[in-house]
Design a protein around this ligand. Structure first.
Ligand code: ZN
Length: 340
């Protein structure tokens, strides 16, 4: 499953390849990939003729800010959140009471503190302003965004194609079909359509993600720290690989209950999270699973993993064999000697 470093790697690739290019058309091969609007035709019509201004990331969400069109001026769809579709498991993000909650937040123009922060050295990027129209993508389990010539033969798991002129396309390939795409109309708060954004905790590269923030999120919680790290409302973007790696670097056993963590352990974990994610981004993401960057190239972080997927192999720090336990249904890899 792509985690923050992989999504960030994809974002950087998209920013190099797709900006200032006009979407001229597209093809939706699997309707349920489109989470909003409810018809594939509306999705493609919404995107058509717009240029991509820039790609942003929030946790594992990718959001492309799109250019305005003349006709946007006449549109009266201000904060008009669509009726929630009654059925269909693929409409997860626009369903239920979260929708109302995020609409209220949107009306107030609420923005996370971390969104305001960006500098050249940080892999973080702020959410786009709420007014332009945007394209949202979540890769979920197996989604891939690939920048390809249009005559490249279609992979059988191709779900959506977006054409940029006659020659190139952005192709969404997704074997497990959990991936989602949204077109957010102009003048509509992004979080009112992509409601999952409102539930995200701090992005590890935002100013909001401090030791204090992490301590507060873990305070009095009687659950394993590994499980807490996978909770996107605690920290956005971390999955199984980087949770294991950050816990190793922070010298904390994955099953340690949050409420038993000492202050210095939380401090160590906080810096380990940032460090492990940065290292992986610099390596271009992992080779784990089928992750590919937008040009179809694997990253290489997996070659230097401390514990992830290394059960029975010697610890790179102390040579004790790496062990694996199940926590919340997920495999956790750790060194019993280096982690306490
Ligand atoms: Zn060790």
């Amino acid at each position: 499953m792509p985690e923050l470093p992989e999504v960030e790697t994809v974002r950087r690739g998209l920013n190099q390849l797709t900006l200032q290019r006009k979407i001229t058309g597209g093809d939706v091969l699997l309707n349920r990939t489109i989470a909003y609007p409810f018809s594939a035709e509306d999705f493609l019509n919404g995107l058509k003729k717009r240029e991509i201004i820039s790609w942003h990331r929030r946790g594992k969400y990718l959001i492309a800010e799109l250019s305005f069109l003349e006709e946007d001026k006449e549109s009266h769809c201000v904060a008009e959140v669509p009726a929630v579709r009654a059925s269909g498991a693929t409409r997860r993000e626009t369903r239920g009471k979260g929708d109302k909650e995020t609409r209220r937040q949107g009306d107030k123009g609420t923005r996370r503190q971390g969104d305001e922060v960006e500098n050249n050295s940080s892999p973080s990027s702020p959410s786009p302003p709420s007014t332009p129209s945007s394209l949202g993508v979540h890769l979920r389990m197996t989604g891939q965004l690939l920048w390809l010539p249009q005559d490249e033969p279609l992979h059988k798991h191709t779900r959506v194609r977006l054409f940029f002129g006659e020659e190139w396309e952005l192709r969404f390939v997704d074997q497990r079909t959990f991936g989602q795409m949204w077109w957010v109309p102009p003048k509509v708060e992004t979080q009112s359509i992509i409601t999952g954004l409102a539930k995200l905790g701090a992005d590890p590269f935002s100013a909001e993600f401090t030791v204090e923030y992490l301590a507060e999120k873990l305070k009095n919680r009687r659950r394993a720290i590994k499980t807490a790290l996978l909770d996107q409302s605690v920290v956005a973007g971390i999955g199984n690989i980087y949770a294991d790696e950050a816990l190793f670097m922070g010298r904390i056993k994955p099953e340690t209950l949050c409420l038993n963590l000492r202050r210095e352990q939380i401090k160590s974990l906080h810096s380990s999270i940032i460090k492990v994610l940065k290292t992986s981004i610099e390596a271009g993401g992992t080779t784990f699973s089928n992750f590919l960057n937008v040009q179809g190239v694997n990253g290489n972080y997996a070659h230097v993993a401390w514990v992830y997927n290394r059960t029975g192999k010697p610890c790179r720090n102390c040579t004790h064999l790496i062990e694996r336990i199940k926590l919340g249904g997920r495999s956790s890899h750790f060194c019993p000697q280096c982690q306490e």
